[in-house]
Design a protein around this ligand. Structure first.
Ligand code: IMP
Length: 191
């Protein structure tokens, strides 16, 4: 089966390709010749994931999926959450977002957090969503040079390393995105 993955984030593509079953072909927006930056204007991951998948399905009439992910920090009342990409302001870098997070957590004792991914899959016009959660904690100083986003300051439960100290395969053992992708694959296998 061929599915368009509605993202421009190559890290997400690599992570999802690494855990996909054989027989499932993922085509990126770039590979499909689609050059758009799909907006994420809503207040929940579910609404943003849905809007991105619907945009691409309406443009291409091809089965597709999208995902939206947020870092939810307990002592920040779930922030940055759906605003994770723009936490330090529009067009700000991963580094600026981490900096803001560390400043906001400086006086907090509870540093527990989770990544939450919502995948929206559209097959023949019908949408289904899948959730993946990875619990962990935010450390005080960046560690590691791999991955993207908040990976250098997030240690998943069950590990002593940050996501940025892991390669894609090892991150996949713990990752929110892998858990949601596994659910998508199980769903497709039952069709
Ligand atoms: P998006 O809106 O789903 O593209 O992601 C929002 C932001 O969350 C990204 O810009 C990253 O900063 C962060 N993010 C998403 N997934 C991950 C991840 O697996 N590790 C670290 N940060 C992530």
């Amino acid at each position: 089966m061929k599915l368009i993955f509605a993202t421009n984030n190559q890290h997400k593509v690599d992570e999802i390709r690494a855990v996909l079953a054989e027989g499932l072909e993922i085509v990126t927006l770039k590979e499909a010749g689609i050059d758009i930056d799909i907006p994420e204007p809503f207040h929940t991951l579910e609404e943003n994931a849905s809007a991105k998948a619907k945009t691409i399905y309406e443009m291409t009439a091809t089965n597709c999926f999208s995902e939206d992910t947020g870092l939810e920090v307990v002592s920040l009342n779930g922030e940055p959450g759906v605003k994770s990409a723009r936490y330090a302001g529009d067009n700000r870098s991963f580094d600026a977002n981490i900096e803001k997070l560390l400043i906001n957590l400086a006086d907090k004792i509870d540093r527990t957090a989770q990544f939450r991914t919502v995948i929206s899959l559209i097959i023949d016009g019908k949408e289904t969503q899948f959730e993946g959660i990875c619990k962990g904690k935010i450390i005080e100083n960046r560690k590691g040079g791999q991955g993207f986003g908040y990976d250098p300051v997030f240690i998943p439960e069950g590990s002593t390393k940050t996501f940025a100290e892991m390669d894609t395969k090892e991150k996949g053992i713990f990752s929110h995105r892998r858990i949601a992708t596994d659910k998508l694959v199980a769903f497709l296998n039952k069709l």
